[in-house]
Every structure is written in C-alpha cells, then in structure tokens.
Write a protein that binds this ligand. Structure first.
Ligand code: NAD
Length: 459
C-alpha cells in the first residue's frame, strides 16, 4: 500500500509562482465586508434576510444580477457534503440545483434531503435530470450547463480528479481538504491551479481560518503581539469514526464506504483530519515546515484499514521554530480537543476549537465570547459543523466564497491548499519511514498511492 516511487517535478517552484495570488487569507477589505454582513445579520435572519444583505452590484462582470442565485451542484452527498451545502443554502444566495454521488442510495438520500430543504426555503425541488450517480457522475455534473458552482465533498483520494473536471468545465469550485493525498496528486493540483481562469473562483475547505475569533487572533499575531515566536504546540484528539456498511457490499464497496480507515482513500488521519491544525499553524507562522520527525502507529484500532490511530510529529519551520504536534483518533468516550498554543518572546496565544482564544503577555487580548466556554467543553462534529469558536466558520467561509463569485474578485486557493496538504504528507512520511524527512526530499521522492481497483464496477 505504501508505494514510494520517484516522480520528477518542481513543486517548490510552482508553489512559489502560484501562492502569492492564491492566498487563503482574506484581505482586510474582505474582512470588513464580512463584518458588515455579520452585523447586519444580527438584525435580519433567515433566507429572506440573507438575500437582503447580499452586497452585489446591479450586474457584475460575471453576469450575476443582484440577489440572483448561484446554481450549486453538490458532488458527494455524505455527512460533510450535505452539511456544507445546506449551510450555503441558508447563508448565501447559492441554491442546490443538482447533486451527484457514486452510490445510488446516497444520491437518493441526498435528493430527499435537499428537496425538503429547498421546499422549506421556498425553492424548487431538484430537477430529475440534474441527479447523477456512478463513477462518471462527477463528469456529468461538470458538463451540466445548469450548474455554476461545484462543491467537491467526496473522499480525499478523488478530490484532485474531481477538481480537474470541474475546473476544465469552467465551474467555480468549493473543494474539501485535502487537495491531494500524495505527491503525484499535489503536483497535478498545482498544474490545475494554473488552468483556473480569472473568471473562476476556487476555494479549499479550510473553514477554521474564517472563524471570527481565529481570524481576529491571526491579525494580532501577524501584527507582532507575541514578538518572536519560539515554539508552537498543537493537538487533535478525536473519537473513532464509525463503520458504514450495507448488506451485500463487495470488499471494494466496503472500502469506499469506510474510506476514513484507508490510507490511500483518506491520506491517513494526519492528512485528512489533523490538517486543519497544521493549516492554522502554517497560516499563523506564514510558512510551511522545512522538515519533520515523527512517530505513531495503530495501537488501539483493530478494525479494517491501515490508517494510524496516533501521530506525534516534530515539525521544524523556518527560523528553527518547532511545532510539536500530537494526534489520536480512537475511542468512543466522546473525548475531543483540538488547537494550538504559540509561545513568543512577548507573550503566548491559545487557539483552541473550544475554550478561551486569547493572548497573554505584553499585549493581552481575548475574544470575549470564547472565554465563557471552558477548554475541552466542545463536542466533536464529524461533519465539521462545530459549535464554540468554530460556530460561524462555515457560514463566513461560504459567504466570502460566494462574494468572490458574485463580485468578480475571484479566489484561487489551490496552491495554498496543496501547501498545507504537503505539510501533512511530510509528517506522514517521517512517521512511516521513522526518520527525519526534509520538504525538498518529500517533493523529490514523489510518494504515490494507488486505489488498487477499478471504478467501472460501480457503473
Ligand atoms: N472541512 C471539514 O471540517 C470537514 C469535515 C468532515 C469531512 N470533511 C471532508 O469532506 C469530504 C467528505 O467527507 P464525509 O464525512 O462527508 O464523507 P462521507 O463518506 O459521509 O461522504 C462521501 C460521499 O461521497 C460519495 N462518493 C465516494 N466516492 C465517490 C466518487 N468517486 N464520486 C462521487 N461520489 C463519491 C459517497 O457515496 C458519499 O456519499 C472528505 O474529503 C472529508 O475530508 C471536511
């Protein structure tokens, strides 16, 4: 399974070229607009209110008339896909008009869910000609002239393949993380990034950056509130994921449905789940790690799959700044805790999913609402719809994305998404090889994973 094959490429150079225009970070202006939208929402709530606060020119460069809907096609009607598409529908002018899934049962469940949702929002049910299933559903959705935006919420192994089709078809894309599970996919994603037209907007699902308290502390840290940052510690302790089964499912179907347990399909817990914390660390430090040393294994889990249930990684960032990162994914006791602590010459910052988000030291600061919640009080949300500090993360991420489409100030976050995925792959390779791995070595090595079965069997 762990196939290491050299692949020639020049990822560092491509990242350098693409990243400046591809930053996930919102501009101060975008933040101001978002704040205005958030404040207005305090007075107006519900779908009608959402339409009322849309900050659109009468007719933008993209031909979206004021308050007109962005026609939204969902690819992957699972847990996360459904949750994000619903949130788009309730928080923005996007309307789910098409859905696609590999499996007919998941498509049927998606149809029933979105027909009810659309009805509750006073919108039409999904037209039966805009329902696609099977291994070519992603291509059929991409080819549909009735869709403006494709949300990719399929298992990670397929993200880059699906991204390629959606970008080639000229769609706006909201792609879940990770952007690639191996170096070959990361390399392809960077090529796709160069094909994105100025009129297209592509976002990657790192919604934590848009959580208002996290966006606020990032501004303070970037402005130097901690002084020189010496060291960072981070963690992601999550419960086990649950089995998904269907009577009569073949071994390949079982594997696909339980992709979270499978390294080739998911990228392993570091690349699939822990990536949110590594992404925040990269963002707060303004860099990616230059090398990593790691350990971990599968000490508790005995079910199908080859993903580890724990990782301990020491990432070295430029300037000899170390991120000591630890993660677990097992157990059914509901234990959940994720976040970062940054220690600098002038103070320290705590950035948890749940609990006080604050800076202590020479420039003390705290996000008021977050201090009310005790650390660790947050519950895990397998669909990413967390409460506490992340409560408005999805909503604000989606609004910023839709605004990028309707205003014509398009995003291209592919390279930034790849940079974070590679950072996680660096830790994974260090763990699997049990030795220090440098960034350049990771890129040159060309680690690749194969699915090992054909998808046509699901036609
Ligand atoms: N940003 C976040 O906080 C967050 C949280 C949870 C999950 N995710 C990501 O969202 C994605 C989906 O996760 P999930 O929990 O919804 O998984 P899920 O298993 O619940 O849903 C995946 C769906 O994709 C379908 N599918 C599988 N292969 C497909 C293919 N080749 N073509 C079309 N459809 C296919 C499945 O049938 C299923 O309906 C993953 O990439 C995951 O990493 C992100």
């Amino acid at each position: 399974m762990y196939g290491l094959k050299p692949v020639p490429f020049t990822l560092s150079q491509v990242i350098e070229q693409v990243l400046p225009s591809a930053a996930t970070t919102d501009s101060p202006e975008t933040r101001r607009k978002r704040d205005i939208m958030n404040r207005r929402e305090l007075i107006q709530t519900g779908a009608a209110a959402v339409a009322g606060v849309t900050l659109l020119k009468p007719l933008t460069a993209f031909g979206y008339a004021a308050n007109s809907a962005v026609r939204h096609g969902l690819l992957g009607c699972g847990n996360r896909g459904t949750s994000v598409a619903e949130s788009f529908s309730k928080s923005t002018s996007a309307q789910v008009v098409a859905i696609a899934d590999l499996f007919p049962d998941n498509l049927a469940a998606g149809r029933s869910y979105f027909d009810k949702l659309n009805t509750s929002l006073g919108r039409a049910p999904i037209d039966s000609k805009l329902l696609f299933h099977g291994p070519h559903a992603f291509e059929q959705l991409a080819a549909s002239p009735d869709v403006d935006l494709i949300q990719i919420s399929t298992p990670p192994f397929f993200h880059v393949q699906h991204l390629e089709a959606a970008v080639a078809a000229g769609k706006h894309v909201y792609c879940e993380k990770p952007v690639g599970i191996d170096i070959r996919q990361a390399n392809l994603a960077l090529e796709i990034a160069k094909r994105v037209k100025q009129t297209q907007s592509v976002d990657v699902g790192f919604q934590c950056r848009n959580a208002p308290p996290i966006a606020a502390i990032e501004e303070k840290i970037r402005a130097g509130a901690l002084g020189k940052i010496a060291v960072v510690v981070g963690n992601y302790y999550a419960p086990a994921s649950t089995e998904k089964n269907r009577p009569g499912a073949s071994a390949d179907e079982y594997r696909l449905r339980n992709w979270l347990w499978d390294r080739a399909l998911s990228g392993d817990i570091l690349v699939e789940q822990n990536i949110h914390i590594i992404d925040l660390c990269n963002w707060l430090l303004g860099a990616h790690p230059v090398k990593a040393l790691a350990t971990g294994g599968r000490n508790i889990l005995t079910h199908f799959g080859d993903c580890w249930d724990n990782y301990q990684v020491d990432f070295t960032y430029p300037g000899d700044v170390h991120l000591s990162f630890s993660s677990t994914q097992f157990g059914a006791d509901g234990l959940f805790d994720a976040g970062l602590r940054l220690f600098g010459a002038n103070g320290s910052a705590t950035v948890p999913y749940s609990g006080p988000i604050q800076i202590t030291g020479k420039q003390p600061w705290a996000w008021e609402d977050s201090t009310a919640a005790a650390a660790g009080s947050g519950k895990f949300a397998a669909n990413g719809a967390f409460s506490d500090n992340l409560e408005f993360a999805d909503r604000d991420k989606e609004r910023t994305f839709i605004e990028s489409i309707t205003s014509g100030n398009s995003h291209n976050q592919i390279a930034a998404g790849v940079e974070t995925a590679l950072s996680c792959m660096l830790g994974r390779m260090a763990g699997l090889t049990r030795r220090e791995v440098a960034w350049d070595e990771l890129l040159k090595h060309g680690e690749t994973y194969e699915l090992g079965f054909g998808m046509e069997q699901f036609a």
